[in-house]
Design a binder for this molecule. Structure first.
Ligand code: NIG
Ligand code: FE
Length: 414
């Protein structure tokens, strides 16, 4: 039995409710100025004003005591959308994009995601694990204590399963909680360029059943986009996934409005991702269906696109979450502080809204809201100490990480 006491902290945490926070609740946080948390075996046993938490505790009850020196303490970040399992960076492609070649044109010419597919095929499983581990541990040092990781650089059963095994090893061998997503529908392989429906049939008849049979993924994701998967194909893939017990999410309206947000509402996916070009009508449908909008402002930054209309989504009552999208192509960052800063400065979210989006709403989008994402009795003691007096430091101190220390289940991990 391990116990620890964190004292003298400014605790800021989203409220825990029975649904994702949206609309006026999107920014609902509680602040405890002279706060303390008492943890036992990785869980929060007591939290509140220091006087209240210390009441009845003797020195025998505390194995480890940490004086937070007034620093701000927030829940660990939950990053609910990454492609952080990849074998090689794509710096040459970045140079092409800087010179003006559009992201989707690079994919159309056989590069982009398809070049990552080649690299993953060539890497051994151990090599893929090592590169992924390096990036995941970096994310942890930036305060990400829970992460979603997608496959999708295999595009055939064997290599997709190789990726999923690597992601499962990350789940087993690092301190992070990891949600695993199958994304075999990430691009159309070259050999099916002229017959994309044949590939869709392989996805629904072979790949999804194989993944489901191994019980190795919890979610299925599709890149619904012009030149990638159409609305009809995306619907077919996600319906097959749902039939096999996988929960669904969707890359929707990242570059063009193809109606992905509407499909998310129709199929009741847990979340819709990106939404830079989503229509007002489909955002309303998402609000109605309580589909979470996973916004990825670092991708808009890296693609030099207008940011997703976060303010409008909050007005419409769509619950908003934030994620990095960490991948070697459209957005290479594992830093949630960077994403947080962009959300506040460029999407005009308030600090409180961004905090809710990067913790409890992100946890909801992974189905983990009952144990992570906010600081309340019985939840995991996953939290961060910040070099500042409020979470505003994440936007204010730009270009650095104000995360001083990272605790996962009560233990210092970074
Ligand atoms: O979310 N859009 C599709 N997938 C990623 C990019 C993956 C890549 O370029 O390797 C995204 O932007
Ligand atoms: Fe993505």
């Amino acid at each position: 039995m391990i116990t620890s006491l964190f004292r003298n902290a400014t605790i800021v945490t989203p409220e825990s409710k029975d649904s994702p926070l949206s609309g006026k609740d999107q920014g609902k946080v509680n602040t405890i100025s002279h706060g303390a948390i008492y943890c036992r075996n990785g869980l929060i046993e007591k939290i509140g004003e220091e006087g209240y938490v210390l009441e009845g505790l003797s020195f025998r009850d505390v194995d480890m005591e940490i004086d937070c020196q007034g620093c701000c303490l927030i829940p660990g970040f939950v990053d609910p959308h990454t492609h952080i399992c990849f074998a090689a960076r794509r710096e040459k492609e970045f140079a092409l994009r800087l010179a003006g070649t559009p992201y989707l044109d690079i994919l159309k010419a056989g590069g982009g995601i398809l070049s990552s597919v080649q690299a993953v095929k060539e890497a051994s499983e151990e090599e893929l694990f090592q590169t992924t581990l390096e990036n995941v541990l970096s994310a942890l040092s930036f305060g990400t204590t829970t992460i979603e990781i997608k496959s999708g650089y295999g595009l055939e059963t064997e290599t997709e399963l190789k990726m999923l095994r690597v992601i499962r090893r990350i789940q087993q061998e690092t301190p992070l909680d990891v949600a695993i997503t199958f994304m075999g529908a990430h691009a159309i392989p070259e050999e099916y360029k002229e017959a994309p429906d044949t590939f869709v049939n392989i996805l629904t008849n072979e790949m999804i059943p194989a993944v489901a049979e191994q019980g190795i993924a919890e979610f299925c994701d599709v890149f619904c986009e012009e030149g990638v998967f159409t609305i009809e194909q995306s619907r077919k893939i996600l319906q097959a996934a749902q039939k096999y017990g996988l929960k669904s999410r969707i890359h929707a309206d990242e570059v063009h409005d193809t109606g992905g947000a509407g499909l998310a509402a129709e199929l009741q996916t847990v979340s819709a991702e990106h939404l830079l070009a989503a229509s007002e009508e489909n955002l309303k449908a998402m609000a109605q269906g309580k589909v979470i909008a996973n916004l990825l402002p670092a991708t808009a930054y890296s693609l030099r696109k207008p940011y997703a209309p976060a303010r409008r989504m909050i007005e419409l009552d769509v619950p908003v979450a934030l994620a990095t999208d960490c991948n070697p192509g459209s957005c290479f960052t594992e830093s949630m502080p960077f994403v947080f800063g962009l959300a506040v400065m460029n999407m005009n979210m308030t600090v409180e809204e961004a905090l809710v989006a990067s913790t409890i709403n992100a946890a909801w989008s992974l189905g983990m809201e009952d144990r992570i994402g906010s600081l309340t009795v019985g939840k995991q003691a996953d939290f961060l100490l910040l070099d500042g007096e409020s979470p505003a430091i994440l936007a204010y101190h730009a270009g650095v990480s104000p995360v001083i220390s990272v605790y996962k289940k009560g233990i210092l991990v970074a």
